[in-house]
Design a protein around this ligand. Structure first.
Ligand code: PEP
Ligand code: MG
Length: 900
């Protein structure tokens, strides 16, 4: 880029396009795109994200910016034939933020910039001596400017407005006349002066510059930072600023403003969807100040504009090949487009719309797969309320974000955060939410508001977070100071439990029973995708089937029981990647384990192992049968043995009490001594894994024998078993060689000529194993990465101790963007995996590689495992569909899709 290009900070709408989002932000890039499509967009210009970044880095506007704004403003004035804030015939502008990623409610908008004590008269004249309109516009400017540019508390303006309505004896803003509004402007100015120590700025250009600066600074407002962290949006992008000639939706009954979606963003159903508010400015709709009417009403009010709007929406969908949301204003019967973007949608709508667009020939199946993701699929697998629960709803609002949520009612964000920290499920109830409620919305299970449509702040933010939300339940009277709401004769106080259904919009008192989602029923095989008319199930089926044809990674499951194995198979698992054998030593087998641990002689130990052998064998028979011919990786026992004994403190107390009573405590004393000897503190890096196998004679041998005998038994019964024996916690090849030599002898003896083949491999979960993988591969027929331990040991923190203790601080400081136990740390732990994969395969070409830590079901990590060339991921049964989907997406993202 040349120095000249680098210094260009301002773009006219005619200069940009939709692909310049990094530079112009989403709003600016799409305004430019619509301008170039010839749609009716008011003229304007965009100040780049680069200007914002420069401002944030140095604390002042970059050189050249002021001059460029001046030049573009002059061009705008020429185009409009009016000068900014001209006392006789003023041009007014809006100043609107617009970052690369949409951040609803985070950044600020100031409308009507250019109004002052003199131009308010000019504006009235321009509007045909409409004083009411002019003073209403002026009071809005002071209110928005005061609140967003100068941090005057917004409630003060709202109280003053409420007071003016009270004096007038009305609830409706529209009943306030020009004189009332002129009076309100005086009151607002006093509020402004009281909080800022200065008069409201009368100079139009100063208003504009201060508003632009405020947008830059709002990038670093606390709630913007919080939202970015929640949504994992990088902190250094900055926001663009759009300066747009004002058009007015508050000029009378033939004016208005609205928001719309080209399809239902909740269900994905075809057909336009939106809210309209006559005689109002844009923020009234989004803030839910007055209840809107459905967009279809506009057909009755202004058929010409309605038809034109529908036309434009169809054009935008075809152009963007996706659901679009738009904001528009009608000024005296003339339609203006103020915004469009590819619209946010619920998880269900994402699948349904992707399927529809394939049917409509707009996109191909690869693109459909690309447009959905594992997090959305996981959300669709949550349970919902039972249909026949028989509980009467007390109110019905708008199903703004789906899901089923029950919890204790709270009325403030702060209380939501407090109770959630105590582990309570809460429902945040508000008349309407605003960006200050973000903390509470994050903490709550669900959000219930009495005002606002599907495009209100509550609805948009909840959908973005995947949180259940019912908005606009206007039968509910919310009384925040009294901490209660009333509905149909019931009073619900803070702490009372309510349930909300984000799909139907119904609100219930008390807790409502839940049922599995249709998507889970489909995976379970109880809902046939070919026969249902459920559009979501059909879309999920179609996209999952495509993902399966595209993915290179196999997906296995972590399962220790026949029941888990069976469920995982229904969910599409292609084998077991980790069967932990430790649970098989619990329950009524504990006594045998105690005998094994306390064995004083070889004979005692051999007896205990002999008693355990048939039980273990039966466990494996069940699992091999369920997995019928699919590979089953059985891990030899891993945890330290004290985990199988009673807790130290409890035992010590029992022994002391028994001694006091003079009872015979020889056995308990022996047990206590053994527990003392074996006790380990977290992170339990002592006598566990392969180390146990090397010091307790016969333990691993018993397990190997049980596995081999079970495989032979299943095969003799006509089945197929493909066992893979996995040794945990190996750090040196010699450990594996020793275990393998003994195991191979047993296997040869048991298997004989049955045709059963047993592989022997190792976990790679100790950093030393990753670094010496070339040596270890000589002795291993497969590797499975234990990313839980590899993360724990790679970072040097014990997994049970850290998440509550200090991870919040690390996330706050950005040391990591997400817990490394949740999503693989590509740079560190990921590097260990890369080294091990490369060196392992160099030593043993074709070495089978998999992963069985929790990361195997995490969407982002699945992409990483695809990239480093693993053969499979293994995860808990419920995450198997998510891993299948993401493995498919990873494959098309590497190879590229025809349609992109
Ligand atoms: C691992 O460490 O990633 C693993 C799968 O083993 P466990 O969680 O049982 O230690
Ligand atoms: Mg482990």
């Amino acid at each position: 880029m040349t120095a000249h290009e680098t210094d260009k900070y301002v773009y006219d709408f005619a200069e940009g396009n939709k692909d310049l989002k990094d530079l112009l932000g989403g709003k600016g890039a799409n305004l430019a795109e619509m301008t170039n499509l010839g749609l009716p967009v008011p003229p304007g210009f965009t100040i780049t994200t680069g200007a914002c970044q420069a401002y944030l880095a140095t604390g002042r506007e970059p050189d050249g910016l002021a001059g460029q704004i001046e030049a573009h403003l002059e061009a705008l004035e020429r185009a409009m034939g009016r000068r900014l804030g001209d006392p006789h015939d003023p041009l007014l502008v809006s100043v609107r933020s617009g970052a690369r990623f949409s951040m609803p409610g985070m950044m600020e908008t100031v409308l009507n910039v250019g109004l002052n004590d003199r131009s308010v008269v000019g504006l009235s004249n321009q509007a045909g001596r409409n004083d009411r309109f002019a003073w209403d516009s002026y009071r809005r400017l002071i209110q928005m400017f005061g609140k967003t540019v100068c941090e005057v508390p917004g409630e003060e303006f709202e109280h003053a407005l409420d007071e003016a309505k009270r004096v007038k004896g009305t609830h409706d803003d529209l009943d306030l006349d020009a004189d009332d509004l002129r009076g309100l402007v005086e009151t607002y100015k006093k509020i402004f002066a009281k909080h800022t120590g200065r008069e409201f700025p009368q100079e139009p250009r100063e208003q504009l510059d201060l508003a632009i600066r405020a947008v830059f600074e709002s990038w670093n407002a606390e709630r913007a930072i919080l939202y970015r962290r929640q949504e994992r949006i990088p902190a250094d992008l900055g926001t663009a600023v759009n300066v747009v000639a004002m058009v007015f939706g508050n000029l009378g009954p033939d004016s208005g403003t609205g928001v719309a979606f080209t399809r239902d963003p909740g269900s994905g159903a075809q057909g336009i969807y939106g809210d309209y508010l006559a005689n109002a400015q844009g923020e009234d709709v989004v803030a839910g100040i007055r209840n809107t009417v459905p967009l279809q009403e506009l057909e009755r009010l202004d058929k010409t504009s309605y038809d034109q709007l529908l036309d434009i929406m169809a054009r935008l969908e075809g152009h963007y090949q996706d659901l679009c949301d738009i904001e528009f204003t009608i000024e005296r019967g003339k339609l203006w487009m103020l915004q469009t973007r590819v619209g946010k949608r619920t998880a269900a709508a994402a699948f349904v719309i992707a399927g529809q667009l394939v049917d409509e020939g707009l996109i191909d199946l690869d693109e459909a797969l690309h447009r959905v993701n594992g997090a959305q699929l996981a959300q669709l697998m949550f349970p919902r309320f039972q249909l026949d629960h028989g509980i009467e709803a007390v109110a019905t609002g708008i199903g703004a974000s789906p899901g089923a949520a029950s919890g204790a009612v709270v009325f403030t964000s702060a209380r939501a955060v407090e109770l959630a920290a105590e582990g309570k499920a809460v429902i945040l109830v508000r008349r309407e939410t605003n960006p200050d409620d973000l903390n509470g919305m994050i903490a709550a299970q669900g959000i219930l508001t009495s005002r606002g449509g599907k495009t209100s702040h509550a609805a948009v933010v909840a959908r973005g977070m995947g949180k259940t939300c019912v908005s606009g339940a206007d039968e509910i009277e919310v009384n925040v100071p009294a901490k209660r709401f009333t509905v149909g004769g019931h009073t619900v106080a803070e702490g009372d439990v309510v349930s909300i259904d984000g799909t139907t919009g119904k609100v219930y008192l008390g807790e409502v029973p839940v049922t599995p989602s249709e998507v889970v029923q489909y995976f379970e095989g109880t809902l046939d995708p070919e026969r249902t008319d459920d559009a979501l199930v059909r879309a999920v089926h179609r996209i999952m089937t495509h993902a399966d044809t595209r993915r290179r990674l196999a997906v296995r499951t972590n399962a220790d029981t026949g029941a888990d194995a069976a469920r995982a198979r229904r969910f599409g698992a292609e084998g077991i990647g980790l069967c932990r054998t430790e649970h098989m030593f619990l329950g009524d087998r504990r006594e045998l384990v105690e005998r094994l641990i306390l064995a004083a002689t070889d004979a005692d130990r051999t007896d205990a192992l002999a008693a355990l052998l048939p039980l273990q064998r039966q466990d494996f028979v069940e699992i091999f049968r369920e997995m019928a011919g699919l590979p089953v990786t059985v891990r030899l026992i891993d945890p330290p043995l004290h985990e199988f004994l009673p807790p130290l403190e409890q035992l010590a107390v029992n022994v002391a009490v028994a001694q006091e009573r003079g009872e015979d405590v020889a056995k308990e004393e022996a047990l206590l001594a053994a527990v003392r000897r074996m006790h380990e503190e977290n992170p339990m890096l002592g006598l566990r894994g392969v180390r146990l196998g090397l010091v307790i004679p016969g333990l691993f041998a018993m397990q190997v024998r049980a596995i081999a005998e079970a495989a032979v038994a299943v095969t003799r019964d006509g089945g197929t078993a493909c066992p893979e024996i996995m040794v945990p916690l190996v750090g040196a090849v010699q450990e594996l060689e020793t275990v393998r030599a003994e195991a191979e002898k047993i296997i040869a003896e048991v298997v004989g000529d049955s045709g059963v083949e047993v592989l022997i491999g190792t976990m790679i979960e100790v950093p030393r194993a990753a670094l010496t993988a070339g040596q270890i591969a000589e002795a291993a027929q497969f590797f499975s990465f234990g990313t839980n331990d590899l993360t724990q040991m790679g970072w040097g923190f014990s997994r049970d101790d850290v998440e509550g203790a200090f991870f919040w601080r690390y996330l706050e400081l950005g040391i990591f963007g997400i817990s490394p136990f949740e999503s693989i740390d590509r740079d560190g732990v990921g590097r260990l995996i890369r080294i091990a994969a490369e060196e392992g395969r160099a030593a043993r070409p074709g070495l089978k590689l998999g992963v069985c830590g929790e990361h195997g079901g995490d969407p982002d990590s699945v992409h990483f495992f695809h990239e480093v060339g693993l053969d499979y991921v293994s995860c808990s049964p419920f995450r198997v569909p998510v891993a299948r989907l993401e493995a498919g997406r990873a494959a098309i993202e590497t190879t590229g899709s025809d349609s992109r």
